[in-house]
Design a protein around this ligand. Structure first.
Ligand code: SAH
Length: 351
């Protein structure tokens, strides 16, 4: 038997070709597309305007992916929900649902594990297991939409994984997510966060999407960045800033810099001065994130007064800056930690 095709990862054009090949008319493909991406069905038998005979053909040819929620934690403080999902092959990924005044936001994972090695990050401790398919990225949002019964209006690709290390799948995912016959989430409401893979940042710019690119900066000099992020050995700050300018030129979209603050490493007034020098010539926004302590690593959050002082200094220099509101503080902290805890528990019970 031919290998079944992951139908949810097909673009509209690819789906059309597949349906034509199966001997149906092209409008059927539009109907099926809507069942999958708008009505979010999990079974071909739910597609009531498709003849039974053709549904059977589809079941043979295609697979409709689904995720199983194996753990959900709900914050008592702000209603944030953290989901641990199991993929078809047993791997686990995390997603977070946050409720804001302006709508619901979901933070998704783009890979199982990560190979970027950022020193403060729990997702990378065991390296990369594999890339997620477009359908597995969509499924996190589709499943949460079904479970909460509420529309998702913002998506941030800031969970486990480096999205630009899974570039082609990411592009298909964005296309499907923002398509008018699917959930139709505005590109402007999609943020992709990268540790700074320069050639891919430029390739993304060339696609001229209206999404927000967030760059995890975390240090304003090469030396500082290298202490926290191995990727800084490959690309210098100068190359990164050039890529940011290029992104802005091509898309007109302001860049976001993420700056995780670690006590004694990147939280001094000198660091603030260096950030100002970098940020001033650019059209950007800076998001300060007090580092989330990870058990395996010895990094500590700066005192909140340091973070506030840092922010004030940037503001005085007319830099657009916010301190990331910590959502779901009472449920498993930083990304990657929920999955890690589950893996450890499983290993313990197996011993
Ligand atoms: N690989 C991408 C996206 C995933 S991480 C990237 O590097 O941007 C999303 C953001 O959370 C990044 O800015 C990352 O550096 C930050 N982050 C990861 N672990 C953290 C922790 N323990 N505390 C604070 N920020 C963390």
């Amino acid at each position: 038997m031919q290998k079944q095709i992951d139908i949810k990862s097909l673009t509209k054009e690819q789906l059309k070709n597949e349906i034509l090949e199966l001997g149906e008319k092209s409008f059927r493909s539009d109907q099926i597309y809507e069942w999958i991406h708008k009505k979010l069905v999990l079974d071909f038998d739910e597609m009531t305007n498709i003849k039974k005979e053709f549904r059977e053909k589809c079941k043979e040819r295609f697979i409709l992916t689904n995720l199983e929620a194996v753990d959900v934690q709900t914050s008592k403080i702000d209603g944030t929900k953290k989901y641990l999902f199991q993929l078809a092959d047993g791997n686990l990924v995390e997603s977070v649902w946050m409720k804001y005044k302006h709508g619901n936001s979901v933070c998704i994972s783009s890979q199982v594990g990560c190979r970027m090695g950022c020193r403060f990050c729990a997702s990378t401790l065991d390296g990369l297991e594999r890339n997620l398919t477009p359908s597995e990225m969509l499924d996190q949002i589709y499943k949460i939409t079904r479970l909460t019964g509420e529309r998702v209006s913002n998506v941030v690709v800031m969970g486990t994984g480096e999205p630009l290390d899974n570039f082609q799948n990411l592009l298909v995912f964005i296309q499907l997510l923002t398509d008018e016959y699917g959930l139709h989430i505005s590109q402007r409401n999609v943020t992709v966060s990268t540790c700074g893979i320069v050639p891919k940042m430029k390739e993304l710019a060339d696609k001229k999407l209206q999404i927000t690119l967030a760059l995890s900066l975390h240090g304003a000099t090469d030396e500082k960045r290298r202490r926290l992020m191995p990727v800084a050995e490959r690309y210098t700050i100068e190359q990164l800033m050039e890529a940011c300018r290029y992104y802005f030129e091509k898309t007109g979209r302001r860049i976001t810099f993420e700056y995780s603050m670690v006590a004694g490493i990147n939280d001094t007034s000198e660091d603030a001065g260096e950030i100002i020098a970098l940020a001033k010539p650019l059209n950007c926004h800076i998001n300060l994130i007090p580092v989330n302590p990870v058990a395996e690593r010895n990094f500590k959050q700066p005192d909140i007064s340091f973070v506030e002082g840092f922010k004030n200094k940037l503001e005085k220099n007319r830099i657009n800056v916010t301190i990331r509101r910590e959502m779901g503080r009472d449920i498993d902290g930083a990304c990657g930690q929920l999955r890690r805890r589950h893996k450890e528990e499983k290993e313990e019970t197996q011993c």
